[in-house]
Design a protein around this ligand. Structure first.
Ligand code: ING
Length: 316
């Protein structure tokens, strides 16, 4: 019996700083209804989908920073999205800023959740790769202070849901081969990714013209090299003066793009994803048990600034 997931891209256009959670949730619900009308089982929303991309501003007041974070999920404002999910039988993947406490200390994560077709949270992920910087850097046209506002997550996981093995990642994670391989080694069949990616990358402006190409290249490589579907969804358009790429797309285990958004606003596009298609790659070209050679990769223990072998001996 083939295992199809009808997946919808739930691309968001800009969210203004003044937009309320209620206004944004209404947009998310509207797209879920449209996805349902197209027969979707799952809709994938961007990273930090409830607010504007606030790491573009330097803030040092706890109160102001925390105004962009959710203390509980579902919250009163997001409950309508969970209710609609249950009513329509459409699951969703949602990125948001999470404020929690650990050992009596407040901790902030760049988080995403996977919600099944009954409106129940079945997976949660905290972004591992935090790009940008920690201190205010006035030379930039805009800041990218994810290292200031978030703590890195410490693992990639694969959740059994929607009839298969679903992986979760967020934005910058998609640029790192490790993200896909760690989940590939767990048999992942579909990786869900939301992103906010400015066209302009201050440390490397020469790359700006390639921002859409690098977006798609990263996800196509991850899909093909691990025999998995990859779904990438943007918060796009000119948001508080910063232009962010669109390029939301669904990529098959072959690396082929099977669906994509064509605007930089709120847009739904859908594809019928056969999870059994993964086997055409996992059992052949990327049969890890048959072809990978871990003995040659070295069990490398990496500490900041130095790379050692597992027994602590230096490389070389
Ligand atoms: N945004 C960007 C991303 O990785 C970035 C940051 C842009 C890094 C361009 C490198 C090049 O897509 C987030 N939120 O990670």
């Amino acid at each position: 019996m083939t295992r199809f997931i009808h997946v919808a891209l739930g691309q968001l256009g800009p969210i203004a700083r003044a937009d309320t959670r209620v206004q944004v949730v209404a947009r998310l619900c509207e797209m879920m209804r449209e996805a349902h009308a197209c027969g979707a089982h799952l809709i994938v929303y961007p990273e930090l989908a409830l607010t504007t991309f606030f790491p573009r501003w330097y803030m040092d007041s706890d109160g102001e920073i925390n105004s962009f974070f959710e203390r509980e999920m579902p919250s009163a404002e997001t409950l309508p999205l969970f209710a609609l999910s249950r009513e329509l039988g459409v699951g969703f993947y949602l990125g948001y800023a999470e404020l929690t406490s650990e050992n009596g200390r407040q901790v902030r994560y760049n988080t995403s959740i996977l919600v099944d077709r009954g409106g129940t949270i079945v997976g949660k992920y905290r972004k591992v790769h935090l790009p940008g910087h920690y201190e205010h850097e006035p030379w930039r046209r805009f800041q990218h202070l994810e290292k200031r506002y978030f703590t890195p997550g410490d693992r990639f996981g694969v959740t059994e849901a929607f009839g298969g093995k679903i992986g979760m990642a967020i934005c910058n994670d998609r640029r790192w081969a490790e993200t896909y391989r760690v989940m590939g080694l767990q048999g992942v069949e579909m990786v869900l990714i939301g992103y906010n990616t400015p066209v302009h990358n201050a440390p490397a402006p020469a790359h700006d013209d390639l921002s859409l190409f690098h977006n798609q290249l990263s996800m196509q490589a991850g899909a093909y090299q691990n025999g998995t579907w990859v779904v990438g969804v943007a918060k796009a358009g000119i948001e508080e003066g910063v232009d962010s790429i669109g390029g939301s797309c669904i990529i098959a285990p072959s690396g082929e793009v099977v669906a994509s958004c064509i605007t930089k606003g709120d847009e739904v596009a859908i594809a019928r994803c056969d999870l059994d298609f993964c086997a055409l790659y996992k059992r052949t070209t990327f049969n890890f048990d048959l072809h990978r050679q871990p003995h040659a990769y070295g069990m490398i223990v990496e500490r900041k600034g130095e790379t050692l072998r597992a027994d602590g001996s230096p490389l070389g």
